[in-house]
Design a protein around this ligand. Structure first.
Ligand SMILES: CC(C)(COP(=O)(O)OP(=O)(O)OC[C@H]1O[C@@H](n2cnc3c(N)ncnc32)[C@H](O)[C@@H]1OP(=O)(O)O)[C@@H](O)C(=O)NCCC(=O)NCCS
Length: 170
């Protein structure tokens, strides 16, 4: 069975309260990471309908500080499903007073679906539809290989797609 990327979309809107801020009165990075992990896990669960655990958090970027009182929207969607693991993108936006929104953060998570014995279990494949979904789907294998290399789970020599992208002339 295959599922569309859009079926995993999860959205959450929050206001930044004082207990989520650092000494500069802006959103504490650890709080934002926890929010992103939660919404990403919901998205992964929507895709596979299984218990999921966070295997890796990659490419977290904090591009703009978010002030106390600002309204933040997190959007998570599965970008690709492999055998038991899923890559989930989380895009974070801040709402301006005129109603427009500005993207301020992005993170890429990897979740693994597990069975009752906590062993990885097979999940449905993902169908990307929009241009962005297709772009993220196409590049996900390289990111999976990079994540596995950094975790010491894959020999760099065996990361063929990653090597081809980094060193196209080899
Ligand atoms: C994640 C976990 C289930 C993987 O179990 P494992 O026995 O090592 O399983 P495998 O080596 O077969 O890997 C399972 C899948 O995870 C992927 N994976 C594991 N570590 C990864 C990493 N660092 N980056 C990307 N993918 C990873 C593997 O590539 C594999 O994907 P595939 O089946 O889609 O090809 C296990 O390591 C675990 O339980 N970790 C703790 C999770 C946790 O507590 N998270 C925080 C709280 S939710």
């Amino acid at each position: 069975m295959k599922k569309k990327a859009i079926e995993s979309l999860s959205v959450q809107t929050k206001v930044v309260l004082p207990h989520d801020t650092n000494t500069l009165n802006t959103l504490f990075g650890g709080s934002l990471l926890a929010w992103m992990d939660e919404i990403a896990s919901i998205s992964a669960h929507r895709h596979c309908g299984r218990v999921v655990v966070t295997a890796s958090i990659n490419n977290v970027s904090f591009d703009r500080p978010i002030s106390s009182g600002e309204i933040v929207t997190l959007e998570a969607k599965v970008s690709r499903a492999f055998s038991s693991s899923m890559e989930v993108f989380v895009d974070v936006y801040v709402e301006n007073s005129n109603g427009t929104r500005e993207k301020c953060n992005e993170a890429i998570f990897v979740f693994v679906a597990i069975d009752q014995n906590r062993n990885p279990i097979n999940i449905p494949a993902l169908i990307p539809e929009s241009l962005e979904e297709k772009d993220r789907f196409d590049s996900a294998l390289r990111r999976k290989q990079l994540s596995l290399v950094l975790a010491g789970r894959l020999n760099p020599e065996d990361a063929l797609e990653l090597k081809a992208a980094l060193f196209p002339k080899l």
